[in-house]
Ligand binder design. Structure first.
Ligand code: BES
Ligand code: ZN
Ligand code: ZN
Length: 540
């Protein structure tokens, strides 16, 4: 049996805490109507005559003119309705393109609305140019479009064709339907996706858990900064992890941070009226509690105004998601716990706001990090590396197998790669290979970036201190000089820095994510941890 399928530490731990109490298949927070709610009740609430929606996949024909090919679930349904679905598809327009949908009503009493979705070519597999599994990506995108179509019709429950890869189908459904609705009085109908048929139910459940992990990160990132302050962030994560007997959460206050001589982190935090928090999570899923852990570190700036080096006001609201590093690593740990992955993981998240005030850092100030290095704060908007410097020093206390940090660190990362991939700066090809291979499966891609000495020189040439917090040629290679800065706080031989600024939000680039904060690359972190749990190399 694969490790993720092992029985969890506690039965209740299979579901993420905020999904609990809603039944195993009801995934969202406010479920207005259970799938099995009486038809009378549903009709009274304006959801039509009841019945479920059904999403079925169809492949494009190999030849341009040939007939399209149903999945096995599509074939079975077509037989059930005496070939009517195939007939209707043939007369209702051109062949269905990849990711497009077509809806049919009244074919079957259990499924009054059937959405057929285009899956593209059968056996698509890994695309070496794109560095992802195209078959899985096609399923995610098609199923997401189909489920949203059902949601538009206000049908509260949808069964989904596994399309030959139930994990990808579940991910497409759960990611595609997610929307941040918390603060609106009028909420969109919550639709509950279920697997159509009984095959592949374990893979489906795994996909639901992966997607819910990413949705948790999206939720934390999207929420306004006055709702997700450092303490609120920590409390949310603590609440998600409360039910797992093999997880410990420590919410460290400012006094603890000062005792641990995290002067760089504190220098950023002191500009804000919100007290900082250092969140420390220990997930003990390994065979032995003293097995060397994987250590995750995440930048947790719950709002980045830039400080005295104030950012322009236009678009500043997006900086509520500057805790995306903390959100993705913490959500990955919540997901690892839900999957009961057999390894130990420690999560570290320095959390604070970056604000201008009479107590804030001033350009030219010099601060001292935990390892004794002094840093000239030439730009107060380059605050993330100050938090991470101290958190990375602290990460070295755990005899880690690997240290992986994630941070919305530089606008320059977005300039370099946009939202196509997370930039990975690493001193370890072993670590790189695991991250890269994980990302091919998840479709949430990574791309290796340089950690040259060339960039180190640009941050160590500093008038007043050991290091400057910006490169001396200001904007040139901004993501690389930031990574070189972090490297000054790392002695571990397997370390990776993930700059996630470019993948922080989604406009329409990832078709199975709605517009908004993306929660990327949570699933890649989870898949990476799952792979590491299977790797006996370098277990220390
Ligand atoms: N949080 C920002 C980086 C960022 C920008 C994340 C856009 C997501 C989207 C970071 O703290 C920052 O402001 N970095 C500066 C560094 C510069 C002053 C060297 C930047 O990128 O402009
Ligand atoms: Zn900043
Ligand atoms: Zn920032």
């Amino acid at each position: 049996m694969r490790s993720w399928a092992r029985p969890p530490a506690r039965r209740a731990a299979m579901l993420l805490p905020w999904a609990r109490g809603l039944g195993a298949r009801c995934l969202n927070r406010q479920l207005p109507l259970a799938c099995g709610a009486p038809l009378r009740e549903r009709a009274a609430r304006g959801h039509g005559a009841g019945g479920k929606g059904l999403v079925l996949g169809i492949y494009s024909s190999e030849k341009d003119e040939g007939p399209a090919q149903f999945t096995s679930a599509g074939d079975a349904f077509d037989r059930l309705v005496s070939g009517k679905l195939r007939e209707l598809l043939a007369v209702c327009g051109p062949p269905l393109k990849k990711g497009k949908t077509r809806i049919f009503h009244g074919l079957h009493q259990d499924f009054p609305s059937v959405v057929v979705v285009g899956l593209g070519k059968k056996n698509a597999g890994v695309n070496d140019q794109e560095n992802w599994d195209e078959g899985k990506e096609n399923i995610r995108a098609a199923v997401a479009a189909g489920c949203r179509h059902i949601q538009d019709l206000e049908i509260p429950c949808v069964e989904v064709d596994p399309c030959g890869d139930a994990q990808a189908a579940a991910e497409g459904s759960v990611l595609g339907l997610h929307e941040y609705n918390e603060l609106k009085q009028k909420k969109k109908l919550v639709v509950t996706p279920q697997l159509h048929g009984s095959a592949e139910s374990e893979a489906w459940q795994k996909g639901v858990i992966y997607a819910e992990g990413q949705n948790l990160a999206r939720y934390l990132m999207e929420a306004p900064a006055n709702y997700i302050t450092p303490i609120k962030f920590a409390e949310q994560i603590e609440q998600k992890l409360r039910s797992f007997s093999n997880v410990k959460v420590h919410i460290r206050p400012e006094s603890w941070i000062a005792t641990h001589q995290m002067g760089a982190f504190l220098s950023v935090a002191k500009g804000s009226a919100e007290p900082p928090i250092f969140l420390e999570i220990h997930y003990l899923g390994g065979a032995n509690t003293n097995d060397s852990p994987l250590v995750f570190v995440g930048k947790g700036v719950t709002f980045d105004s830039g400080g005295i080096s104030l950012k322009p006001s236009s678009g500043m609201d997006a900086m509520r998601a500057d805790m995306g590093g903390a959100a993705t690593i913490c959500s990955a740990i919540v997901t690892a716990a839900a999957l009961n992955l057999p390894l130990n993981i420690i999560g570290l998240a320095p959390l604070c706001e970056n604000m201008p005030s009479g107590k804030a850092n001033k350009p030219g100030d010099v601060v001292r990090a935990k390892n004794g290095k002094t840093i000239q704060v030439d730009n107060t908007d380059a605050e993330g590396r100050l938090l991470l410097a101290d958190a990375l020093c602290y990460a070295h206390n755990f005899n880690a197998r690997a240290i992986v940090n994630a941070a919305t660190l530089t606008g320059a990362m977005d300039v370099a790669l946009g939202s196509a991939a997370t930039g990975v700066f690493t001193n370890s090809s072993w670590l790189w290979t695991h991250l890269y291979e994980a990302s091919i499966l998840t479709g949430d891609r990574v791309w290796r970036m340089p950690l040259f000495e060339h960039y180190t020189k640009q941050v160590t040439d500093c008038p007043l201190a050991d290091l400057s917090n910006i490169g001396k040629y200001s904007r040139a290679g901004g993501a690389c000089t930031a990574a070189a800065f972090l490297k000054e706080f790392v002695t571990a031989s397997h370390w990776a820095h993930l700059d996630i600024a470019g993948v922080m939000s989604n406009k329409d680039e990832v078709p199975y994510l709605r517009k908004g904060m993306a929660g990327r690359p949570t699933r890649t972190l989870v898949e990476f941890a799952a792979r590491l749990s299977q790797d006996s190399h370098n277990t220390k």
